[in-house]
Write a protein that binds this ligand. Structure first.
Ligand code: MN
Length: 361
């Protein structure tokens, strides 16, 4: 090696070390070149106690759960249970800076109420510890047991106020009831008072929506119809007139609702006119969608639905999500980076919108 190239090599190495030590030691260096971080907002985790409780509940009811390939199931469970170095290595490989973690669906919502309350607290404590250990890489949404709305509101206050988590995630219906039901008002009160968002995540369809659980189509269509219907129930039930500052986040590019906003407005006005009645809501359905709803790209990181959704709801309301470990986060980061979005749009989609909405420092 010549003196010149050796000096160049050493300078390059020193520069690389300087960059590493100047940034958070655990932040990928590429984040500095990008001018924005990449935050993913619907990233699943599990804890062994919740897995064990779900398995025991399955055995008790004689159900085996969905038939599965044991090797795939095991790899999936290990990825979901990793709240440390393994997950961070996968994030680094994907070029992802921060994962907003949430307990995998259906969370604790199928358990008896007392067990559900305890497991929710445990999951919140566990994920808060992971965030404390890796504050530059993880943020998290709280879990509650909606079965007991008063206790759920108190646990949300603890998760936000004491544990410092970034919002709440509920896996759609609880025992067939959606959040417009009056008994869930304490949860909505707490969300609005704390000014934190609620992420409504899919789960198996409502018992009244039989036929959506088609094998092979349940997740790709049934989940979207179920959560989309849940959101329309909140709008139709006047929840956003009662809670005008409520912030709801939905994944999967808006669970198909952006595509239908015009038709929903049109037929809403038509139906009430046809009945000879004044429409009961203060605003048009799409107005609530643009005021109270934020959309993430989880599982739908494809260019055409993304461009359409940004055009309909605005770039300030669309957030990146990968839906790890159900989806491939490296593939999805690449897919979005390859789109013709401007740098300013990518900055909002990947970083600014999530930072603001979930208060991620
Ligand atoms: Mn998900």
């Amino acid at each position: 090696m010549s003196t010149m190239s050796k000096r160049g090599f050493l300078a390059g190495t020193a520069a690389a070390l300087a960059v590493r030590s100047a940034s958070h030691a655990t932040t990928p260096d590429s984040a500095r070149k990008r001018s924005y971080r990449r935050i993913a907002t619907e990233e699943g985790f599990t804890i062994p106690e919740v897995d064990a409780a779900a398995a025991a509940a399955n055995r008790a009811t004689g159900g085996a759960g969905m038939p599965n390939n044991p090797a795939v199931r095991e790899a999936f469970r290990n990825a979901a249970a990793d709240l440390g170095e393994g997950r961070i290595a996968a994030m680094d490989a994907a070029g992802l800076d921060i994962a907003l973690l949430s307990l995998g669906s259906p969370g604790v919502q199928n358990f008896p109420v007392e067990q559900a309350r305890e497991l929710a607290q445990l999951a919140n404590d566990r994920v808060a510890a992971a965030v404390r250990a890796h504050p530059a890489r993880f943020a998290a949404l709280a879990t509650v047991a909606p079965q007991d709305p008063e206790a759920a509101a108190r646990e949300l206050e603890r998760a936000i106020g004491t544990l410092g988590l970034n919002g709440l995630l509920i896996n759609s219906h609880t025992a067939g009831e959606t959040l417009d039901a009056p008994r869930f008002t304490p949860i909505l009160d707490a969300l609005q008072a704390l000014d934190v968002p609620l992420y409504i995540h899919p789960r198996d369809p409502l018992p009244s929506m039989r036929g959506l659980d088609l094998p092979g189509f349940n997740v790709g269509w049934g989940y979207g119809v179920e959560v989309g219907t849940h959101v329309l129930r909140l709008i139709a039930g006047g929840v956003f007139d009662r809670f005008p500052k409520l912030k709801i986040v939905i994944g999967h590019m808006g669970e198909m609702l952006p595509f239908y906003l015009d038709r929903i407005d049109n037929r809403y006005l038509w139906e009430w006119n046809f009945r000879g009645a004044t429409p009961p809501l203060k605003l048009r359905p799409s107005d609530y969608f643009r005021r109270n709803i934020w959309v993430t790209t989880s599982g739908v990181n494809y260019w055409h639905p993304l461009r359409y959704t940004i055009d309909r709801v605005g770039i300030d309301r669309v957030l990146f999500a990968a839906d790890y470990p159900y989806e491939d986060m490296a593939r999805d980061v690449r897919a979005i980076e390859r789109t013709p979005l401007s740098i300013s749009e990518k900055r909002k989609l990947f970083d600014i919108n999530a930072s603001r909405l979930f208060r991620i420092a």
